[in-house]
Design a protein around this ligand. Sequence first.
Ligand SMILES: *Cc1c(COP(=O)(O)O)cnc(C)c1O
Length: 393
Amino acid sequence: MSEDWRPRTRLVHAGTRRSHYGETSEAIFLTQGFVYPDAATAEARFIASGEDEFIYARYGNPTTRMFEDRIAALEGAEAAFATASGMAAVHGALFCQLQAGDHVVSARALFGSCLYIIETLLPRFGVEVTLVDGTDLDQWRAAARPDTRLFFLEALSNPTLEVIDIAGVAEIAHGVGAELVVDNVFATPILQRSLALGADVVIYSATKHIDGQGRCLGGVVLGRQDFVRGPLEGFMKHTGGAISPFNAWVLLKGMETLDLRCRAQAATAERIATEFPGTPGLARLIYPGLPDHPQHALAARQMETGGTMLALEIEGGKAGAFRFLDALRIIAISNNLGDAKSLVTHPATTTHQRLSAEQRAALGIGDGMVRLSVGLEDPDDLVDDIRQALAAV
Ligand SMILES: *Cc1c(COP(=O)(O)O)cnc(C)c1O
């Protein structure tokens, strides 16, 4: 790869390793193992593997490495490690570097499984956790201690789309010698560069926009070479969170269209955001790209656009939200996001059902709230679909 390639060129070409056949499209190496020409080569490879030398697919595989190199090139990261799912990435990035006695500060508004790891699993292993309102820098500052190892946050929260000041939190973390780990899924690798904003480690569920067509699970952790090829790789290769080479190939090919998809989806999201405020049936619309979003100025500073996700507060609570969901004809009810197909979720009864009513209220998740992941359909058709569903509310 040439260092001066722009992101869209990197998305198509970075990381490509052609075999001696000179194939145009990247090959899928569906192999768990590798053979060695002689015993001495096997011995040498177990001591130190070179650039194009692999041992076992749980440690690495040529197709997986292409995906890792391509996303690292996009993010400007020194290295990446691909994982079986987004949660394997979150789990690995945290557990590979924490130990009993450490302290972690995390934003409270998290994806359900991330919250489980932070709030339930870490304390079970002796890690102390302080949860804060991620949008309030004073709370991060007050929670930081000399023994704080990590700060964790989702840059754009699920489903309320709160925006957290990454540069601000990074500065506080670095001030006490801690590192900042950012789950950047909602913001997408195209629309927000969290490493450039000061994050030390960035995580994706590649299941979302990176695949973008709802086909497979995958995840990736990005960061410095000494971290990714050191503690992270050591932890991942011995605990088994490796991605399937087939899934890595799907994600690698997904990256070729990632920029086009994210920008088209974000443009349609913005169109929907501006089209509906004031429409009967809709109490409130949350979109970071709108001037009435509480952190619009911050969103405009750290994201390229308002993103591909919206939250709609439907009138009439749960019953109203259900009428809206059931009336949609194109937009499907599903809890995935970042897909080519527009998808809608009712967080209070699905993704956030496990929380108590008080916890949901504290996170701003009302019974009428609906999360919309905008896809690649014709924007006019999506606008028509939402309009007729709001009329049914
Ligand atoms: C989906 C998601 C995850 C988990 O990813 P999987 O690929 O489903 O394991 C983690 N964080 C966020 C913000 C997500 O949206």
